[in-house]
Design a protein around this ligand. Structure first.
Ligand code: 5AD
Ligand code: SF4
Length: 432
């Protein structure tokens, strides 16, 4: 049996696609082994969202060559899709395959040296196949791929093509399947979730889809992945607030709190809009977890503009921030803009926002001391007898427990936090 190992970088969509490749390769008779072991074939499923993920991709390729000098090494994924020439120059690499080629990985694996088809040509005509994968107790369901927005900084539309959606009927089937298999939480994900349904023959929206899934009460917890701020409808907020099953959790890619920077990025909302959205979300769901992505050091970002971001995030009840130092992506609009910011300044700004993020996270967690949360247990440490799980509002909770708690949703009283996770009392003790 030939051995094959896969390493995956980047987002959930890439992780789905690795899971799908593994399934395909196993069906074709390959033995899938860990990427840390000698293998006959190595696949690096790359990401190119920043220069860092490019570098990480190259590092993994070199590592694979060291693990087995005689192996065959293949790069696929977004970096391979966008800059195949750059990867081809690497002497360690044998083959470059695009994102679309993942669908025929078992055929191309040992035959093709180069196959990167034009991802922009893949359009609405071809509905996306539904894929899912499980992580612990949660199942991730990919309902959409691609993006039409072309924000100035972002390479993703070039790597993943146009927005295309899975039909609602297929999604409902997927949800029923996962629920029947015992998953207590399903996370809806995509590259541009807010664009869901607009490309379908019978157009629909994310809100309508969520309403339909919610109406059937198939799964105890339904979570919605990242949605563009301007695409979170009031109807969606109302639906979330009125539902037993939809988790009070939003992840909003804010990117900047400065109107002028947002404008240059091509983001169609203002800081005032975002402030209002967060106000409406927290009014409807007082316990909601709101995460946000922030890019610091976008070309031309002045001290004043950066301060506008700092002020906005300090003022708002955000629960967590993902901070991204701006990374110039060749081929994007921003790459050609004037006023690229010195690395030192970008690093300083990132550190400042990360400090605020740590404070926000702690403040959010502290609000739940002496509060009981519904925790879905995904981990158990038999040395310390500790359980770890996730609340509906996305708080990691650690508490004394037993192995039988795994995969159960339990009421846990929070007693404090260590700044990043909440600590809880054993549910048995709490019940007494
Ligand atoms: N530089 C830095 N961060 C980026 N992101 C996307 N493109 C870039 C870039 N060129 C960040 C955005 C997005 C997250 C997934 O990655 O914040 O929301
Ligand atoms: Fe990385 Fe974006 Fe591609 Fe996902 S879609 S793998 S985050 S570049």
């Amino acid at each position: 049996m030939k051995r094959v190992a896969i390493s995956t970088l980047g987002c959930k969509t890439n992780q789905f696609e690795s899971a799908a490749m593994i399934e395909q390769l196993q069906a074709a008779g390959y033995l899938v082994v860990p990427f840390t072991e000698p293998s006959d074939i190595y696949i690096v499923n790359s990401c190119t969202v920043t220069a860092r993920t490019d570098a990480e991709t190259r590092r993994l390729i070199r590592r694979a060559r060291r693990l087995n000098p005689a192996s065959r090494i293949i790069a696929t994924g977004c970096y391979a899709q966008v800059a195949p020439g750059e990867l081809e120059k690497m002497p360690e690499l044998d083959s470059v395959l695009g994102n679309q080629e993942k669908q025929n990985i078992s055929e191309l694996l040992e035959t093709s040296e180069y196959s990167v088809s034009d991802i922009a040509a893949i359009n609405q005509a071809e509905p996306l196949k539904l894929t899912s994968f499980a992580e612990h107790t949660r199942a991730f369901l990919q309902i959409q791929n691609g993006c039409n927005s072309f924000c100035a900084y972002c390479i993703v539309p070039y790597a993943r093509g146009r927005s295309r959606s899975v039909r609602p009927d297929d999604i409902m089937m997927g949800v029923r399947d996962l629920a029947a298999n015992g998953f207590k939480e399903i996370v809806l994900t995509g590259i541009h979730l807010g664009g869901y349904g607009l490309d379908l023959h019978l157009p629909t929206t994310l809100t309508d889809l969520v309403r339909q899934i919610n109406a059937e009460s198939l799964v105890p917890r339904l979570r919605i992945g990242s949605v563009e701020p301007n695409e979170v409808s009031q109807e969606l907020l109302d639906l979330m607030a009125g539902s037993e099953n939809i988790c009070p959790h939003l992840h909003l890619p804010l990117q900047s709190g400065s109107d002028s920077v947002l404008h240059r990025m091509g983001r169609p909302y203002s800081a005032a809009f975002f402030r209002d959205l967060v106000g409406r979300a927290t009014a409807a769901m007082p316990h909601i977890f709101i995460g946000a992505d922030i890019i610091v050091g976008f070309p031309g970002e002045t001290e004043e503009e950066f301060d506008e971001t700092v002020q906005l995030i300090e003022e708002l009840p955000l629960s967590d921030l993902h901070v991204f130092p701006y990374s110039s992506r060749p081929g994007t609009k921003a790459a050609g803009m004037p006023g690229h910011i010195a690395d030192r300044v970008v690093t300083e700004r990132a550190a400042r926002v990360r400090n605020i993020a740590a404070m926000k996270k702690k403040q959010f967690l502290d609000r739940f001391t002496e509060v009981t949360l519904n925790v879905l247990v995904h981990g158990y440490n038999d040395k310390t007898n500790e359980c770890k799980g996730l609340s509906r509002n996305y708080i990691s909770v650690c508490f004394p427990g037993e192995k039988a708690f795994l995969k159960e949703e339990l009421s846990v009283l929070v007693t404090g936090s260590n700044g990043t996770i909440a600590l809880g009392r054993s549910p048995v003790m709490a019940d007494k």
